[in-house]
Design a protein around this ligand. Structure first.
Ligand SMILES: Nc1ncnc2c1ncn2[C@@H]1O[C@H](COP(=O)(O)OP(=O)(O)OP(=O)(O)O)[C@@H](O)[C@H]1O
Ligand SMILES: [Mg+2]
Length: 212
């Protein structure tokens, strides 16, 4: 069983959006997936309530319950656990980082978000897990190919921070947010969309990195 933690001490960067989408992508790839909502805001749990399909599974937990929940998941034959966390609370981030095999740190490509990422990277560096930063809610590239210059600038700036940046970035796209409202992922509502292609590419990257 692999454990993937989504961490960022800054709010609103896309932890929940990416956790939900990656959970559906992994399930579509044939894995048994458990999502753990560690955020008292309950955004992942609300999405799951609105969802008609049974998979992925979801548990709501307090940080103190996390280890026993992971043991239960292991016994139940879960292949992948994805943990969505709340922002700001350092202790939660430290705990999730220590239990995860892989940590994804989403950030928006704006300068204030890039500066705010340092606190999270301090937590993520070290430990047995591997990690990468993922640029989310990026501007769409001109002409639809490659990356917007603001995205590649952010990528360059982040190089100095000592945690790899995922080669796939996720553009700000309305269908991606709309899908979540109905308890779905964009791969279910718009399977051939650009948003689906990007998120699938992100899943393949994470899957490969987790397997290393
Ligand atoms: N790539 C994207 N395209 C469109 N909308 C996005 C994208 N990423 C995030 N959003 C939107 O931005 C908002 C914040 O995203 P999200 O809730 O996933 O962030 P978060 O890091 O989980 O926030 P919090 O720290 O409050 O838990 C949401 O309204 C979400 O729908
Ligand atoms: Mg969230």
């Amino acid at each position: 069983m692999k454990i993937l933690g989504l961490l960022s001490r800054k709010g609103g960067v896309g932890k929940t959006t990416l956790a939900l989408h990656l959970s559906v992508m992994a399930q579509e790839a044939g894995l048994r997936v458990l999502l753990i909502d560690l955020d008292p805001q309950g955004s992942a749990a609300a999405w799951w309530q609105a969802r008609e399909a049974d998979a992925p599974q979801l548990d709501v937990a307090q940080p103190g319950q996390l280890e026993s929940l992971l043991d239960k998941a292991r016994t139940a034959g879960i292949d992948l656990v994805i943990i969505d966390t709340r922002p700001s609370v350092e202790a939660d981030a430290v705990q999730v980082a220590s239990l995860s095999d892989y940590v994804l740190v989403p950030t928006r490509p704006a300068i204030l978000d890039l500066r705010a990422i340092l606190g999270t990277l301090d937590i993520v560096k070290g430990g047995r897990h591997r990690a990468s930063i993922v640029l989310n809610a990026c501007l769409a590239p001109r002409g639809g190919v490659g990356e917007a210059s603001s995205t590649s600038d952010a990528r360059k700036a982040l190089k100095a921070f000592g945690v790899p940046v995922a080669p796939v970035s996720i553009v700000q796209r309305a269908p991606l947010a709309h899908a979540l409202v109905g308890g779905q992922a964009v791969s279910e509502t718009e399977p051939t969309s650009k948003a689906t292609k990007e998120l699938r590419a992100l899943w393949r990257y994470v899957e490969k990195e987790m397997g290393k």
